[in-house]
Design a protein around this ligand. Structure first.
Ligand code: GCB
Length: 874
C-alpha cells in the first residue's frame, strides 16, 4: 500500500480536491453512472513493470490502449473487451468472483464532451472505497483516500472536444495505518460506490454556502470560486431576499432575523433557498432548528428530546445486499426505521451517502454521523491523523447544512490510551472549529471492575457533549437475565446515550429463549436490556445495534451467520424479527403512541373451531392464521372485542394467550359468567407493553332491573369490561381501558342510550377516581374502545358526542378530548356499526387503513374491518 501511494505521488501532476464544492440541487450535474469496463489487477500491472519499476506513461492502464485495435502490438489489456460493472455500486456483489476481492480494479468509461465558452467543468465522486487515482486521457488528475466522502477535480483544461477516456484505479486493500484499519466488522465493499458527476459551472461560481440558525437569526455564508460578484440569497416562504458582493476572500455573510417554523421529527419542515449570482444559481431545501445540551438533557428547539434511534449500516435490503446505490435503497432502510418508531439514526460507522442524509432529513430523522476511527487505529501516526481529519472535514463540508444532523461522532469503541486521547482530542477540536453548532460524541466502551457494576470511565467524556457508550449485556457479556442485577455508573452532568446494545438471531430460527441465535433469545435480550437501560440516569436515547443483518467476513458460522452479522432487528431481506416488535413497542410506549383496534367475533352456526373465526354476522369467513397476521402486521397494542362468544374467546386465548392478556369477562370460565348469555365485550392487550394492575366488568342498563330496557328478557345482556394497566417501560404510568357495547335497539326506547351512557360514565368515574369532567385533562389516560351500535339518528353516539363536545366547549384547552368514528360497514347504511374511542390526555392522529401490502386474506379482513387508530398521549 505504501509503495502504491509513493507511486501515486510520483505520477501525480494534477490537482486534488481542495476547499469546498457543493452539488446542491440546481447544479448542472451530468451523471456518469452506468456500465464501466473494468480490469481486475491484483499485482498493479497497470502501474508497475515486472521488477516493480514504474511503467512508462504510455504503458500504464491510464493510457487506455487497445490490443484488439491493432493485433501486431503487444498490449495485454483492452478495456473495450473487458466486462462491465455498474457505477455506482460495490464490485463484491456484482460478480461472484469479486465477492471477497480486496485489491486493485481499473474502471474505464468514455465521456462525450462539448466545451462551452465561459464554463468550467468538475469531475465529482460521491465516494470511492478505499483509495483511487483518477485519470482523464492519460493525465492523472489526482488521488483520494477515504472510502466514504466526496471529492472532485477540475477538468476544464483536461477534457477534449469529443470522446474522452476516464480511467479510475481503485484499491480497497486494508492497511494498518488506514482509517479504518485492518480489522472492522463490516464488508469491505470496494469500488466506485457512489455517484459520479460531470458538473458544469460558470467561470465564477458558487462553490459553497453554509447556513445556520441560532433560534433568532439565520446566518448564511456564501463562497465563490473564480472571482467576486454580487450574490443574492432568497428564502421566499420567509420573505427573505438579500443581496451583497463578496469580499476579497470570495465570501459574503448574510445575517437575517427570522422565526421560521422549526424542523423536528414530527414536522420536518424544509424551506426552499435560492443562492444566486448573475451567472450561477443553486436551489436547496433547508430546515431550521436548534440543538444543544442543557445539563443532562438534549434540547431540540429548546425542548427535551428523547432519541429513539437505531444504528444503520450503508447496505441495501435484499437477497444479495451490497452498498446502497440510490434513493430507493436508502428509502427502504429509512422506512424500516420509521416503522420501528425511530426519530433518530446512528449512521454507522462511516459517512453514508448524501442521498441518505437528505432523505432522512425529509422524513424527519435526527442523525448521528460518524467517521471510521473504529476499534484500534494507528493513533501515533501523523499520516493516519491527517487521513482521519480529512474524512471529518469532508463529511462536515458535505452535510453542514443538514438540519437532520445533530451529532458528529469521531470514533467507535477505541482503547483508552494517551495517544488515542490526543488523536481524538485534536479531531474533536477540529470538528468544533469547523462547526460550533452541533453536538460532538464518540461511542465509548464500559470498564468492568466487577460484572454487576460496569462503569463508564473514559477521559474522552470530558471532551464530548454527550456520553455515548456501547454495551452487550446478554450477548458478549453474560445472559439476558443478568440485566436485572446490573447497576451502571456513568459520570453525571451530561446527557447519556446508549449507542449500541443487542445480540444475534437468525430470522425464523425459533426455540427456547435460552438458545443463542433464536428469535426468542433476542426478544428476551431486548426486553431485559430495555428494563435495565431504563434505570440508567440521564438517559437521553438509545440506538440498538442494529437495524438490519449486514455482511461481515468476521461472521462465518455456517447455517446461521453465513457471512452476516445477525444483530439486525430485521434480516437482510427486511423480515422483522420478534425483537423488532419488542423495540417498536418500547418506542411507541415512550411516545404514548397506541395502536387501538376493535374486533368483532360474533358466533355463527357453522363455526369450525379449529379453522375459522367468523366475523360480525357477515357472510365471510376468515382463517385464524390470517387473523394472527392481521394483528401482527398492524402491531396492535390493545383491542376492544365485541360480542365475543365463548368459542371465540377460547380461540383467542389459544392463539394469543402467550403474548397477550385476553380478557373476556363474559366467557363461561371459572364460573365468571353469571348472565344468561355468553356474549360479551372484552379487551386484549399486549403483555410486552403493559402490566395488569386490575380488571373487572359491569353491566349497562340492559338488565332485568332497568325498567323499559328493550333488552329486557333478551338473550344478549351486555357487559362492559375494564382493565387498569401500567406501562412497562414507563413505570408508574397507568392507563385505563373500557370496552363497551351500547344499545342497538333504541327505536322503541329512546331514553335507553342515555341511560347506558350515564351508567358507563358513572362507573368510569367511580373506578378511576377521575371525575367525568376531568377525563379530558387527567394525566392518567382513560380510553373507551367501544362498539356503539347505531340504528337511528338519536343514538348513543350523539349522546356521547354531546357529552364530550360540551366538555370541550366548557374548556377549550381540552381539545385533546376526542372522539373518533370509524365506519365499519359503510356510512350510508342505517345499520352501520360505529366504533368510538374517547380519552382524556391524548389525541388521535391517524387511522390505519393502508392495507395495500397485505396478504390477500389479511387485506380482506382489513378492508372489511378498518377499525384501527393510532393515538398519542403523554
Ligand atoms: C460493536 C461494534 C459494531 C459491531 C458490533 C458487534 O461494538 O461497534 O461495529 O458490529 O459490536 O456485532 O459485535
Amino acid at each position: 500500500m505504501k509503495r502504491i501511494l509513493a507511486a501515486a505521488a510520483i505520477l501525480l501532476f494534477g490537482l486534488t480536491s481542495a476547499g469546498a464544492f457543493t452539488i446542491a440541487p440546481g447544479r448542472d450535474c451530468q451523471s456518469l453512472g452506468g456500465q464501466w469496463n473494468y480490469i481486475v489487477d491484483p499485482m498493479n500491472t497497470g502501474i508497475y513493470k515486472y521488477q516493480m519499476q514504474l511503467q512508462k506513461p504510455s504503458k500504464r492502464y491510464f493510457a487506455d490502449r487497445h490490443f484488439y485495435g491493432d493485433k501486431t502490438t503487444l498490449i495485454e489489456y483492452d478495456f473495450d473487451h473487458a466486462p462491465t460493472l455498474t457505477v455506482p455500486g460495490d464490485w463484491n456483489t456484482q460478480s461472484d468472483k469479486l465477492y471477497y476481492y480486496e485489491g486493485s480494479i481499473w474502471y474505464r468509461r468514455t465521456v462525450d464532451f462539448r466545451p462551452v465558452e465561459g464554463r468550467r467543468w468538475f469531475l465529482y465522486f460521491g465516494a470511492v472505497n478505499y483509495q483511487c487515482m483518477v485519470g482523464v486521457n492519460n493525465n492523472i488528475l489526482g488521488t483520494h483516500k477515504g472510502g466514504f466522502t466526496p471529492f472532485w477535480f477540475e477538468v476544464t483544461d483536461v477534457l477534449q472536444e469529443g470522446e474522452n477516456s476516464l480511467v479510475v484505479w481503485v484499491n480497497n486493500t486494508r492497511g494498518e495505518s488506514e482509517v479504518p484499519t485492518v480489522n472492522f466488522d463490516w464488508w469491505n465493499y470496494g469500488g466506485i460506490t457512489r455517484d459520479v458527476f460531470l458538473v458544469s459551472v460558470p467561470k465564477v461560481f458558487i462553490s459553497d454556502y453554509r447556513i445556520s440558525f441560532d433560534g433568532k437569526q439565520i446566518d448564511i455564508k456564501v463562497s465563490l470560486d473564480g472571482g467576486n460578484c454580487p450574490v443574492t440569497v432568497e428564502i421566499p416562504e420567509l420573505g427573505i431576499r438579500k443581496k451583497a458582493c463578496t469580499g476579497r476572500d470570495g465570501e459574503v455573510c448574510f445575517k437575517v432575523k427570522a422565526s421560521p417554523e422549526r424542523w423536528c421529527p414530527e414536522n420536518p419542515k424544509l424551506y426552499d433557498i435560492v443562492v444566486s449570482t448573475a451567472d450561477d444559481s443553486i436551489r436547496d431545501r433547508v430546515g431550521f432548528r436548534t440543538i444543544r445540551v442543557d445539563g443532562e438533557q438534549i434540547l431540540l428547539n429548546d425542548k427535551p428530546v428523547f432519541l429513539k434511534g437505531v444504528a444503520v449500516h450503508d447496505e441495501t435490503i435484499g437477497l444479495n445486499p451490497g452498498r446502497c446505490r440510490n434513493q430507493e435503497d436508502a428509502r427502504a432502510l429509512l422506512e424500516a426505521a420509521k416503522d420501528l418508531g425511530c426519530n433518530f439514526l446512528r449512521l454507522a460507522h462511516y459517512p453514508h451517502s448524501e442521498e441518505m442524509v437528505r432523505l432522512a432529513e425529509e422524513m424527519g430523522f435526527m442523525l448521528w454521523e460518524e467517521i471510521p476511527c473504529y476499534w484500534n487505529i494507528d493513533w501515533s501516526s501523523e499520516e493516519t491523523y491527517a487521513n482521519a481529519e480529512n474524512q471529518l472535514v469532508e463529511m462536515i463540508g458535505r452535510d453542514a447544512n443538514r438540519a437532520a444532523t445533530i451529532i458528529w461522532s469521531v470514533a467507535n469503541e477505541t482503547p483508552r490510551t494517551p495517544q488515542r486521547l490526543e488523536f481524538l482530542g485534536k479531531l474533536i477540536a477540529k470538528a468544533r472549529a469547523l462547526d460550533p453548532t452541533r453536538l460532538i460524541s464518540a461511542a465509548l466502551q464500559k470498564d468492568k471492575p466487577d460484572f454487576y457494576h460496569p462503569i463508564i470511565e473514559d477521559e474522552l467524556v470530558d471532551l464530548t457533549d454527550i456520553i455515548s457508550f456501547n454495551q452487550y449485556i446478554g450477548w458478549y457479556d453474560g445472559k439476558p437475565a443478568d440485566c436485572d442485577n446490573i447497576t451502571w455508573t456513568v459520570p453525571s452532568g451530561k446527557p447519556v446515550l446508549i449507542s449500541e446494545f443487542g445480540g444475534g438471531a437468525l430470522y425464523g430460527n425459533h426455540g427456547s429463549d435460552s438458545e443463542l441465535f433464536t428469535e426468542e433469545y433476542l426478544a428476551l435480550l431486548y426486553r431485559k436490556n430495555l428494563e435495565m437501560i431504563g434505570r440508567i440516569p440521564a438517559l437521553n436515547g438509545l440506538c440498538p445495534w442494529c437495524l438490519k443483518d449486514f455482511r461481515s467476513p468476521k461472521r462465518p458460522l455456517n447455517g446461521i451467520q453465513d457471512d452476516f452479522n445477525r444483530k439486525g432487528l430485521i434480516d437482510e431481506q427486511g423480515r422483522r424479527k420478534q425483537a423488532f416488535f419488542v423495540m417498536k413497542d418500547y418506542y411507541s410506549s415512550l411516545s404514548g403512541e397506541l395502536v387501538v383496534g376493535t374486533f368483532n367475533l360474533r358466533f355463527l352456526d357453522d363455526y369450525r373451531p379449529d379453522y375459522d373465526y367468523k366475523f360480525g354476522g357477515q357472510p365471510w369467513m376468515v382463517r385464524r392464521p390470517a387473523v394472527k397476521a392481521f394483528f401482527e402486521q398492524n402491531n396492535i397494542d390493545i383491542i376492544g372485542l365485541q360480542e365475543v362468544r365463548r368459542a371465540q374467546a377460547a380461540d383467542l386465548e389459544e392463539d394469543f394467550g402467550k403474548d397477550w392478556f385476553v380478557y373476556c369477562p363474559g366467557r363461561l370460565s371459572g364460573g365468571e359468567m353469571v348472565r344468561t348469555s355468553d356474549e360479551a365485550v372484552g379487551l386484549m392487550f399486549r403483555k410486552s407493553r403493559f402490566n395488569l394492575l386490575g380488571h373487572g366488568r359491569f353491566w349497562l342498563s340492559d338488565s332485568t332491573e332497568v325498567a323499559g330496557s328493550k333488552r329486557l328478557g333478551q338473550s344478549s345482556p351486555i357487559v362492559t369490561s375494564w382493565v387498569h394497566l401500567e406501562e412497562k417501560y414507563r413505570p408508574g404510568k397507568d392507563v385505563w381501558f373500557f370496552s363497551a357495547h351500547i344499545s342497538w335497539s333504541v327505536s322503541e326506547n329512546p331514553s335507553l342510550p342515555d341511560q347506558e351512557v350515564e351508567t358507563l360514565l358513572a362507573e368510569m368515574e367511580r373506578l378511576t377516581g377521575i371525575g367525568r369532567n376531568e377525563f379530558k385533562s387527567s394525566a392518567t389516560p382513560v380510553f373507551l374502545v367501544g362498539d356503539l351500535n347505531n340504528t337511528v339518528d338519536e343514538s348513543p353516539i350523539q349522546t356521547l358526542e354531546g357529552y364530550f363536545n360540551d366538555a370541550r366547549t366548557a374548556s377549550p384547552e381540552s381539545a385533546s378530548t376526542n372522539i373518533n368514528t370509524f365506519n365499519c360497514y359503510g356510512k350510508e347504511s342505517k345499520a352501520s356499526i360505529i366504533d368510538y374511542i374517547f380519552f382524556g390526555a391524548g389525541s388521535a392522529k391517524e387511522y390505519i387503513v393502508d392495507t395495500s401490502s397485505y396478504d390477500p386474506e389479511v387485506k380482506f379482513i382489513s378492508d372489511h374491518y378498518p377499525v384501527l387508530s393510532r393515538i398519542y398521549y403523554d
